[in-house]
Design a protein around this ligand. Sequence first.
Ligand SMILES: C[C@](O)(CO)[C@H](O)COP(=O)(O)OP(=O)(O)OC[C@H]1O[C@@H](n2ccc(N)nc2=O)[C@H](O)[C@@H]1O
Ligand SMILES: Nc1ncnc2c1ncn2[C@@H]1O[C@H](COP(=O)(O)OP(=O)(O)OP(=O)(O)O)[C@@H](O)[C@H]1O
Length: 273
Amino acid sequence: MLVFPNAKLNLGLYITQRRPDGFHTLESVFVPLPWTDALEMLPAAPGQATSITLTGRPIPGDPATNLCLRAYELLRADFPQLPPVQLYLHKIVPIGAGLGGGSADAAFALKAANDLFGLNLSAETLESYARRLGSDCAFFIRNKPVLAAEKGDVFEEIELKLSGTACVVVYPNLHISTAEAYGRIVPQSPRFALREALAKPMSTWRETVSNDFETALTPAHPVLAEIKQQLYAAGATYASLSGSGSAVYGLWETGEPASVAWPSAHTVWQGRL
Ligand SMILES: C[C@](O)(CO)[C@H](O)COP(=O)(O)OP(=O)(O)OC[C@H]1O[C@@H](n2ccc(N)nc2=O)[C@H](O)[C@@H]1O
Ligand SMILES: Nc1ncnc2c1ncn2[C@@H]1O[C@H](COP(=O)(O)OP(=O)(O)OP(=O)(O)O)[C@@H](O)[C@H]1O
């Protein structure tokens, strides 16, 4: 079975509290971004154990700890009938980018196992497995725009008219660890109610929709502000850091992005939501 785990963007991100478990309570809107990895899951050859083959963008760390393997083993602990599998992950989405790429791989591994081996688990059950793998993972089970609360894993539906919106995402080849980014945050109440702010025209978002990580990370990483400024210069209606960075995106309510000569070290994705 071949699946294409996609990235996500955060529209607004407010970190509102530090929790007793060390995690943070947040408020953010997550939207799927059609920038994808490719993940194949096949039953392993007879006598072979579960394994993963990695190609594409290098993933830091031991392949044995890859989130796809961890997702499969988590299910297998509860469903011993699941056979060993061979996984192939071709990594394209940048890592440490705030795009949720690793979380998407894990969620899509859960969905692939469910479909390939006919487990018939509901989206709700798959979400509860996903939550155990990472805060961002649960979003990728249903993979639709949501208003996220708590650790970023409890959702309310939200209507957004973003389909077809032109989008540019720029990753400045800077790995920002999620844990380190949270370490720089002083939680505070949202300045604007996100649902209401996003219901207004995109041209107003620049004044009302912000990401707390952007303020916290920009002093140490001025490149983030430079990219945002270049996206606005290229005509973006709205631009922001995604998640805990370092990817910065621009959205065009109408028209097309003007071309920008980005440094060759940057990875740039351009398409439509
Ligand atoms: C920044 C976001 O991408 C916004 O969508 C997410 O909150 C990050 O979620 P994630 O990458 O799935 O993060 P996890 O793998 O669950 O946690 C990594 C680390 O980030 C911090 N963390 C994460 C989520 C959260 N709500 N509060 C936190 O403080 C914790 O230090 C945790 O050890
Ligand atoms: N399939 C995977 N893809 C990416 N990273 C993975 C994967 N499996 C395990 N990891 C580990 O997760 C770390 C990346 O986590 P990190 O939270 O920084 O970035 P991310 O998953 O790209 O998403 P985000 O930046 O949105 O949090 C990598 O350094 C790597 O060690």
